[in-house]
Design a binder for this molecule. Structure first.
Ligand code: ADP
Length: 444
């Protein structure tokens, strides 16, 4: 900088001396200043041309301040090019990794247009990249459930993960699982996976269990019949009485398990669509209470009923009967003598939405929190001995879960060890037929 200033001052001084000898000092200095400014503008223009395209234009030979500027621009350019090369290498690597995934991945912008898709998007969804760039996702994927999923992901507070499983419309054999995640303000990632094999394996497993249960039914009935005949035989030697009694109890247990397994298989069968008709829950609960009456008496429990008898549900009455009676029987079995069991059927608000709620509350043994998530799995028991004592098959809550799924309802379990449990079945508004409130309370 200093060098440039001295250079310009020197030039002006030379011009002034020259002006002095020719008696035109000011004119001479003015001409020298204009020449200096013109020269600087010319050099700046060279810098501009070079900075615009440093690869094709050679770096001009300059000195002083401009030379430092050239060098600084040159250094920044070199740094930026290196960073650009690095970023583009990362991007290529990331795209290669995403393309190698077995899932189809499609990025969709906030207008529903395709921003990018990996190779497998073509195999699973028929979306080709880059041919389908900027095409609306909904125009290519015509599953209403999936498009609803995308809309949900665009909402102000989307759930962390959204998913749906659909059967392909073009190929009956194909089932696709879709997941949608919003990962920037404007971009959503759709991940699709072909789960046809998994569905088939699950189906085969269910079919196998159903077939085995079915095959066991007849031999079991025969065995049970003979055991009963032998047990009732007055000439039976005394030493056989106890083993036969045990055989009888175990065959009854096996019959119950086989019955429950067959019932579960029927609930799992998606082709088996049960009729959805208005169900009078009051009548249904009265039947269950009559059936469990002797058990309640035996354990000297107090049963409290609170029923909104105007609340009518649309559903399959036999399935609801089975689910509700499982919950009530569990409350009776897993509560020590002289317990209190409250059964309620009423409207309640859940997450700001009106629901029809069937709940069973007991003050029994309760369940430790680590078991709660697994309770609805087949044969999952907290205390196997206690379950067997009460004649449990370990399938009751699995049946409850399936029945509720078939009624678009949810099971909510709250429990504390040694305090008791609350099992709630939450039925959405869409399942309710009538809601005029008329509550009755019965205590037995
Ligand atoms: P089970 O036929 O053994 O009762 P379920 O599927 O109905 O099978 O229940 C699974 C397990 O959950 C039971 O074995 C029991 O340990 C626990 N359970 C269910 N209901 C209750 C309850 N009301 N109180 C305490 N534990 C319960």
């Amino acid at each position: 900088m200093r060098y440039d200033i001295w250079k310009f001052v020197g030039l002006i001084l030379v011009a002034a001396v020259f002006g002095y000898t020719t008696e035109h000092v000011l004119l001479s200095m003015l001409v020298a200043s204009i020449a200096i400014i013109g020269w600087q503008v010319y050099r700046l223009n060279l810098l501009y041309l070079w900075a615009e395209n440093p690869k094709t234009n050679p770096m001009p030979e300059v000195s002083g301040q401009l030379h430092s500027l050239y060098r600084s621009i040159n250094r920044t350019n070199a740094k930026n090019s290196k960073r650009k090369r690095q970023l583009s290498a990362y991007l290529t690597q990331f795209r290669k990794a995403v393309s190698a995934l077995p899932d189809a991945i499609v990025l969709v912008d906030d207008h529903g247009k395709i921003e990018w898709a990996n190779k497998n998007a073509n195999t699973v969804l028929g979306i080709r990249w880059p041919e389908d760039s900027n095409v609306r996702f909904g125009d290519l994927i015509r599953y209403p459930e999936v498009n609803r999923l995308l809309e949900k992901a665009n909402s102000k507070k989307p759930p962390p993960e959204l998913g749906v499983i659909v059967n392909s419309t073009s190929n009956n054999e194909q089932t696709i699982s879709f997941k949608c995640i919003r990962y920037t303000k404007t971009l959503r990632m759709v991940i699709a996976r072909d789960v046809s094999r998994l569905v088939k394996v699950n189906q085969m497993q269910s079919d196998f269990v159903a077939n085995v249960s079915h095959e066991l039914k007849t031999p079991l009935t025969v065995l049970k019949g003979y055991v009963e005949i032998l047990r009732d035989n007055p000439d039976l030697p005394l030493k056989f009485a106890k083993p036969l009694e045990q055989m009888n109890l175990q065959s009854i247990r096996m019959e119950l398990i086989v019955g429950d397994l067959l019932y579960l298989a029927r609930l799992e069968d998606s082709d088996n669509i049960s009729p959805h008709e208005p169900v009078n829950i009051t009548n249904l609960l009265n039947t269950i209470v009559d059936a469990v009456g002797p058990l309640i008496e035996e354990k000297r429990h107090k049963l409290e009923l609170e029923i909104d008898y105007s609340l009518i549900l649309s559903g399959a009455s036999t399935e609801l009967h089975s689910a509700f009676s499982n919950l009530i029987t569990n409350a009776i079995n897993y509560t020590p003598d002289n317990g209190v069991i409250k059964v309620r059927w009423r409207s309640e608000q859940h997450n700001g939405k009106a629901c029809a709620v069937f709940s069973v509350t007991d003050n029994g043994y309760g369940i430790a929190s680590q078991h709660l998530e697994r309770l609805t799995q087949r044969f999952y028991r907290v205390d196997t001995d206690r379950s067997r004592e009460g004649g449990g098959t370990g399938l009751g809550l699995a049946i409850v879960k399936h029945v509720l799924q078939r009624h678009a309802a949810e099971l909510e379990i709250k429990s504390q060890e040694e305090e008791g449990s609350v099992f709630k079945c939450l039925f959405p508004q869409g399942q309710i037929v009538s809601t005029k409130q008329q509550t009755s309370a019965l205590i037995s």
